[in-house]
Write a protein that binds this ligand. Structure first.
Ligand SMILES: Nc1nc2c(c(=O)[nH]1)N[C@H]1C(S)=C(S)[C@@H](COP(=O)(O)O)O[C@H]1N2
Ligand SMILES: [Mo]
Length: 318
C-alpha cells in the first residue's frame, strides 16, 4: 500500500520504483546463476532454499487451478510482500519476520456466535480438509501474482461456530504485539490491522483461510500461521496473522478505510472501471512480466461473485 503523497507525480514514482528495483534484482540473480557469477550467489541461495517451510500433508487439489507455468515463482511470492507490521518496503517483511514464532497460536472467536471462545490453531484447522487453491492475487497498487495457496474454506469454519441471526458481518484482527512485530512501534498504520467482510462474502466458496503456500507451511511474511484470502478483492482485504474473528451486526471498520476513506473502501472489489483516485486500475503488472495486462472485473471471478453485488453502485461502494 502507499502512504498518501500529495503530489501525483510523486505517487507514480513511489508506485513504480520499488517494483522495478525488485525485478532488476531478480533478473540479476537469475543471470548470475546462469553464468560463472553464480559462484558468488549460488551457495547462498541454496542455503535459503534448504530452510524453506515444512511440507504440509494431506492437501487436496481443488477446482481452482491455473497452469503451473503461470504460477508466480515461490521466491517472488515470499520476498515481495506487504506486511507493515514488519516494515513498509516490499523486501522488509521477509527480512524482519525471520524470528517471528507463529505457534503456538490462539484465535479468539466472539460476538454474535453460538460457540465463542479461544481456539487453538490446531483445533481450528484440523477438522477441515486442506485444499490447494491457485488464485490470482491483485494488489490495489496494480501489481499481481498467481499464488498456489493452501487453506480451508472460511464458510466451513463459520458453520462450525454457528453465527446467530444477528451476525451480518465478520470482523478480523491481526496480532498486536510490538515485541514480536517490530514496526507496530511506528505510526505507519493504526494498529492492530483490522478487516471485515459482509456475511455473504465470508460464506462465498472462494473465501479462504490460508495456512500455507506452494504445499508448505505459510511463511511468516505471508501472514503465518493463518490469514484471509478473498481473490476477487484487492490484496489489503487479506488480513494476516489473525488472532480474532468477531461476528457483528454492524459493518466493522477496516484499517485502510480508516486511514484514507476516499481511497480504500470497505468492499475493495477488484474493478478495472473504478480507478483509485491517484492511479488507474484498468491494468496491472504481473510480477515477473515486463508488459502490463488488463485487469479483469472481480479479478476474473465475476461468475462466482458478481451476484453478491447486484443492484449496488460499485463506483459508490468501492
Ligand atoms: N496484518 C496485515 N495484513 C495485511 C497487510 C498488512 O500490512 N498487515 N497488507 C495487505 C496487503 S496491502 C496485501 S497486497 C497483502 C499481501 O499479501 P502477500 O504479502 O502474501 O502477497 O496482505 C494484506 N494483509
Ligand atoms: Mo495491497
Amino acid at each position: 500500500m502507499l502512504i498518501k503523497i500529495t503530489k501525483p507525480s510523486d505517487a507514480k514514482t513511489s508506485e513504480i520504483t520499488p517494483q522495478s528495483l525488485f525485478k532488476d534484482r531478480r533478473r540479476f540473480i537469475k543471470a548470475a546463476a546462469a553464468t560463472g557469477a553464480g559462484l558468488a550467489v549460488g551457495p547462498f541461495l541454496m542455503a535459503q532454499e534448504a530452510e524453506a517451510g515444512a511440507k504440509l500433508l494431506g492437501i487436496q487439489k481443488s477446482k481452482w487451478q491455473l497452469p503451473e507455468k503461470e504460477w508466480t515463482p515461490k521466491e517472488d511470492v515470499t520476498e515481495y510482500n506487504n506486511f507493515y507490521e514488519f516494515g513498509t518496503s516490499k523486501e522488509s517483511p521477509e527480512r524482519n519476520a525471520k524470528k517471528f514464532k507463529p505457534k503456538p497460536w490462539t484465535v479468539k472467536v466472539e460476538g454474535e456466535v453460538d460457540k465463542p471462545g479461544d481456539y487453538d490453531f490446531e483445533d481450528l484447522v484440523r477438522p477441515h480438509q486442506l485444499e490447494e487453491r491457485v488464485y490470482r492475487h491483485r494488489c490495489v497498487e496494480a501489481w499481481s501474482m498467481v499464488v498456489p495457496w493452501v487453506g480451508i474454506p472460511l464458510a466451513d469454519v463459520i458453520k462450525r461456530m454457528g453465527p446467530t441471526s444477528k451476525a451480518k458481518y465478520v470482523a478480523f484482527e491481526t496480532l498486536f504485539d510490538p515485541e514480536r512485530m517490530p514496526f507496530q512501534t511506528s505510526s505507519s498504520l493504526d494498529w492492530p490491522y483490522v478487516e471485515g467482510l459482509r456475511m455473504d462474502e465470508a460464506m462465498n466458496p472462494l473465501t479462504l483461510l490460508v495456512t500455507g503456500l506452494y504445499g508448505e507451511e505459510l511463511p511468516n511474511q505471508n501472514g503465518a500461521p493463518i490469514r484471509l484470502v478473498t481473490p476477487w478483492k484487492y490484496g489489503f482485504k487479506g488480513i494476516k496473522s489473525i488472532v480474532k474473528i468477531s461476528f457483528t451486526e454492524k459493518q466493522p471498520s477496516t484499517t485502510w478505510n480508516k486511514m484514507q476513506p476516499g481511497e480504500y473502501g470497505f468492499y475493495a472489489n477488484v474493478n478495472p472501471e473504478v480507478d483509485h483516485p491517484r492511479w488507474s486500475q484498468a491494468k496491472e503488472r504481473r510480477i515477473g512480466d515486463f508488459l502490463k495486462s488488463k485487469t479483469l472485473m472481480f479479478n476474473g471471478y465475476a461468475d462466482e461473485v458478481a451476484s453478491l453485488y447486484s443492484g449496488m453502485d460499485l463506483a459508490e461502494n468501492f
